[in-house]
Design a protein around this ligand. Sequence first.
Ligand SMILES: *Cc1c(COP(=O)(O)O)cnc(C)c1O
Length: 422
Amino acid sequence: MEALREKAITLDQQDPLKAMRDEFYIPKMPTGKERIYLCGNSLGLQPKRTANYIQQELEDWKFLGVDGHFEARKPWMPYHEFLTRQMADVVGGQPEEVVVMNSLTVNLHLLMVSFFRPTKERFKIMIEKNAFPSDQYAVKSQLEFHGYDAQAGLLELPPSSGCAYTKKEDLLKYIDEHGSETALILLSGVNYYSGQSFPLQEIVEAGHKKGCIVGFDLAHAAGNVDCRLHESGADFAAWCTYKYLNSGPGGMSGVFIHERHAKDFDLPRFAGWWGHDKTSRFKMPDTFQPEEGAEGWQLSNPPILAMAALRASLSIFDEVGIKELRKKSVALTSFFESCIQSIPTERIQIITPKEPSDRGCQLSLRVQGGDKSIFEALSNMGVVSDWREPDVIRIAPVPLYNSFQEGVLFAEKLEKAVLADN
Ligand SMILES: *Cc1c(COP(=O)(O)O)cnc(C)c1O
């Protein structure tokens, strides 16, 4: 571990993003010592600049009242537009393909209204076997809403044998075998459990070849990996912004709809005034005419305070750029991996793919024979991580605010926790 510590110090010194950590509040122990925060995959840390962004809207509301819709420094009427280009850059979409609205599960439903169009011959939805529970509930309820049995309508992509994730060849084979009965493929960008990053473009190509609609849930991918959504050709995607995108608890969701659907006004969709053609929105005509592109899926006037928090966070991503971020992320996660592997025990197994292109920043660790007490011991030593029953600890070294030295500190504490657990 000593050699790794030396190396970590050097890597931190050379890190072009080292100053970014100071842009965030790092949670502390009661002693005042900073925690080792490895839970940015669940809730990202608060940028120090967020308060100013929210304060500005509170002030404009205080002094302008309703006039803030047009006269605020950032007028509330078009406020979502102040997020679009930055949000689009993070996921690799074109601005007209992206909008920020609602929260994630709500958006998955709205997108399925348009893009899950089952027929008798082709009615199934393909998801991962260990998909995030909310996504499972959402797709099952969509199947039932359309009159299908949720079990019969669900295709669950299994992990490869002896593996926590699905190898690419198995994934593409599964799509090839089941594609013709599948109406919608809805996979993660990065799986929340294994940390596997899926090859979006190859999934889209395989799915489209079979006539499926292909959408992605990028909850664990947005702000983590380089999604290149437009290039992938995906029909749609949605993600939340409170994980890697640091927009705060319950923060808003982003939506992507490929430009090929931008003017497809025949697609069924649920309507609300904020999705209406902007030029006539306030004339309040009786007939709904959707705005072109992703904006045409909006329903309501959005929560400005939540958008202000996201705007603050996106300004950081805009300064750094997803490519630079990813570069550090690959190095940081590999370094954490080396630190963990240097622990003299056979009990810790990393179940996340080894290849950097097949994972984001997260590492999922299985501790053989371990239980929640290991996680709790870590927690008492100041490590904020995440526990999944029965035996998985997930850590996410986030390139914006985690350091290489934290890799060494984490591994030392993990070693202590595992050795104490006998
Ligand atoms: C975090 C997460 C969610 C959470 O959904 P909300 O609607 O934001 O509560 C849903 N799906 C996945 C895959 C997630 O990782």
